[in-house]
Ligand binder design. Structure first.
Ligand SMILES: O=c1ccn([C@@H]2O[C@H](COP(=O)(O)O)[C@@H](O)[C@H]2O)c(=O)[nH]1
Length: 308
């Protein structure tokens, strides 16, 4: 799947991923009203609204982007109907030839990680039948439990030719509380980065490993160190836009080949119509505002890379 991600990035010239993190307060009133008319003000109604909202965004942007990253928490908050909307979104994006990164941040003791890996990246056998329950292309993985918590994901990825992005240095303000602690002379995120490179070393696609890393755009200096420490690791970079990251902060996340990183923006794209910059689009044209926000993000990153 890393090869498809790289091919899609080359085709679109856009090293970005649109984060599908729908919240009810981003969803235009008309979409919500239509959904509630059909399903009532219920979890089912909310799930229909987020699905219709996502579909609008995907239809307006799929030709410009290589990948999407649905954040499972935004769907889980609507219970089982929300998870059905998560799955519907994944299937639709795959129909549109987009790479789907499930932002699930799982990781547990080995046997439990194996079940998570089966649910999101693998297949489950039921009698004579086989099912791929969620079937994302990549999933995000929390490495806090160590190698036996990550290995089941790597094993499933090997079987299914899928991939993972392991949390190395997250974008949030408190990420340093544990991740920046010095252990044996080096910050913990460096130890994790080195381990990620090791987990992925014998699992390579076109120049890059199927085992990637998550490093926040909000910590550009650490991104530079980690880029050098993990030269063959693809980096998923959240924190652009709503969290303050800009194109100029991102140049060291990329290798000289212009590849090696994919930058996520969720609220900055899907709720673009709420920003003053895109206000002229209006609520009804929220998807057109998202399309423009994608173009602006690509231009911002491309210019930064050209001027580095
Ligand atoms: O370090 C991390 C890891 C994951 N995320 C996720 O990315 C998006 C960011 O949303 P924005 O609206 O673009 O801020 C969201 O799903 C987070 O859970 C992250 O932000 N940082």
């Amino acid at each position: 799947m890393i090869n498809k991600l790289i091919a899609n990035i080359k085709k679109t010239g856009a090293p970005i991923v649109v984060g599908l993190d729908p919240m009810l307060n981003y969803i235009p009133k008309q979409i919500q009203e239509n959904a509630y008319k059909e399903f009532g003000e219920t979890l089912e109604g909310a799930a229909e609204a987020i699905w219709q909202f996502n579909k609008g965004i995907v239809d307006a942007t799929y030709d410009l982007i290589p990948a999407v990253k649905p954040q499972i928490a935004m769907y889980e908050q609507f219970g089982l109907p929300g998870l059905a909307a998560y799955k519907r979104t994944i299937d639709y994006c795959k129909e549109k030839n987009l790479v789907v990164i499930g932002d699930i941040k799982r990781g547990d003791i080995g046997s439990t990680s194996a079940a998570y890996a089966t649910a999101h990246l693998g297949k489950i056998q039921i009698g004579s039948k086989t099912y791929a329950p969620f079937d994302e292309d990549f999933a995000t993985v929390n490495p806090y439990l160590g190698t036996d918590g990550v290995k089941p994901f790597v094993d499933v990825c090997k079987e299914e030719k899928k991939g993972i992005f392991v949390l190395v240095k997250t974008s949030n303000p408190s990420s340093g509380e544990f991740q920046d602690r010095i252990a044996e002379g080096r910050p913990v995120y460096e130890w994790v980065g080195e381990k990620v490179a090791e987990w992925g070393a014998d699992f390579m696609g076109d120049g890059y490993s199927y085992v990637g890393a998550v490093v926040g755009a909000t910590y550009p200096e650490m991104g530079k160190v980690l880029r050098e420490l993990m030269p063959k690791t693809f980096i998923l970079v959240p924190g652009y836009g709503a969290q303050g990251g800009k194109g100029a902060d991102l140049v060291h996340f990329f290798n000289k080949d212009g590849l090696g990183a994919i930058v996520n923006s969720s609220r900055g794209i899907i709720a673009a119509y709420k920003q003053e910059k895109y206000a002229e689009f209006g609520e009804a044209n929220y998807a057109d505002a998202s399309r423009q926000a994608v173009k602006d993000m690509v231009q911002d990153i491309s210019e930064a890379l050209e001027n580095r």
